[in-house]
Design a protein around this ligand. Structure first.
Ligand code: SF4
Ligand code: SF4
Length: 293
């Protein structure tokens, strides 16, 4: 285990930690759980609800974060809407990746994946000190036991969808001719989208686009989440082509570029990324291709 300067502790697959859960439900209180569209669909199916109804009842920001407004538990913090005090997680088999990983986190840079926990002290010790009396597990065995593979595949596939949406925003700005005409409105608007509160970013996206991003409208493929994400992306791509491919007028191109960027940033947030950092990177790329602020 290697603590870094940001106080994350990076772990080896063989690192042995007190990873047998006490099942006290401590970490189902007062947390932020972000979910991608595959996870949202899977949770809705497990709850026996339509995806839109589930998103409305159990999620915030159009379906990308679970609501934590249940009865107070550990430290008086509110429970996840899906937590049942008498039996724990009501959607255990369909729980999102971040719940499966906790107390661990996962960091992916290009092809490299690292597992970590926040801080130097093992996170469970704060609320579940008894965890020390239960069997230690290696990180590798813990991940297998939590069946993280489908959730990780969905996460990685949606990171690619996010990148494609940002590419579309760039294409509308650069290849659409705006940058060549000296436009200096689009990049500040992108920056504003990156800095916006999650609610503000949702409001910047037209409702039909928000639905297209979060409610793909087909069944969750538990066996092949990457295929689910690919079919979902094909739907988004077809929609963007139909609405934006023939645009020539500058204002319309600006709106289209900002729509695609807002979608990329909203999805990035659902994947646990910081929209502020993402947009900074994409603005640098746009400037390399001649765009200006
Ligand atoms: S804090 Fe750790 S030990 Fe306690 S319920 Fe959560 S995962 Fe289990
Ligand atoms: S989805 Fe389940 S495991 Fe995750 S925070 Fe909610 S109740 Fe806990």
């Amino acid at each position: 285990m290697v603590p870094d300067q940001h106080s994350n502790t990076y772990l080896e697959p063989s690192s042995s930690l007190p990873l047998t859960c006490t099942r006290a439900g401590t970490c189902c209180h007062g947390k932020m759980v972000w979910i991608n569209p595959w996870e949202l669909t899977r949770l809705a199916e497990a709850s026996g609800e339509g995806v839109a109804a589930f998103a409305e009842r159990c999620c915030e920001f159009g379906g990308i974060r679970l609501r934590f407004d249940g009865p107070p538990g550990w430290k008086g913090l509110p429970a996840c809407r899906l937590y049942a005090a008498e039996r724990g997680c009501s959607v255990h088999a369909a729980r999102p990746l971040s719940c499966r990983l906790y107390p661990l986190g996962r960091e992916r840079q290009v092809k490299t994946v690292r597992y970590l926990h926040q801080g130097i002290r093992f996170p469970c010790l704060e609320g579940c000190a008894d965890v020390r009396d239960l069997p230690a597990l290696t990180v590798q065995d813990y991940l297998v036991g939590q069946d993280v593979t489908p959730g990780e595949a969905a996460q990685d596939a949606y990171l690619e969808v996010m990148q494609e949406l940002a590419e579309a925003a760039l294409i509308l700005l650069i290849d659409g001719g705006l940058a060549g005409q000296g436009d200096h409105q689009v990049l500040p608007r992108w920056r504003g989208l990156g800095a916006a509160h999650p609610r503000g970013l949702v409001q910047a996206i037209a409702p039909d686009w928000l639905s297209a991003l979060t409610l793909p409208g087909f069944a969750c493929d538990s066996a092949d989440p990457a295929r689910f994400a690919a079919v979902h992306f094909a739907q988004l791509q077809e929609r963007a082509q139909r609405l934006f491919a023939s645009l020539r007028e500058a204002d319309a191109l600006r709106e289209a570029s900002c729509t695609m960027m807002a979608l990329a940033l909203h999805l990035g947030r659902a994947l646990g990324s910081s929209p502020d950092q993402l947009v900074h990177r994409w603005i640098i790329t746009a400037k390399k291709h001649g765009a200006r602020e």
